[in-house]
Design a binder for this molecule. Structure first.
Ligand SMILES: [Zn+2]
Length: 78
């Protein structure tokens, strides 16, 4: 119950992921990859999460997602 609650609001809090998988652009089959084109699978809960190759980190929480989008906007503005 509590796990589901945290899952919904904080995303995945595990830190045990598969190697990042990059998909071809245009593929919409994997929702997690639509953000960065790359995703990892959590080996603890099976959740698919976007992965930021440039920062070498998993985007696991809504806060990290916002951070990623902010850095994207900053790069485009530069
Ligand atoms: Zn997990």
């Amino acid at each position: 119950m509590l796990g589901k609650f945290f899952d919904r609001f904080l995303g995945c809090w595990h830190r045990h992921y598969s190697f990042p998988i990059t998909i071809r652009s245009g593929s919409r089959r994997i929702q997690a990859a639509s953000l960065t084109g790359t995703y990892v699978v959590c080996l603890d809960c099976g959740k698919e999460l976007p992965y930021d190759w440039q920062e070498m980190r998993v985007i696991a929480t809504p806060e990290e997602r916002r951070e990623y989008l902010r850095s994207l906007a900053a790069k485009e503005a530069a």
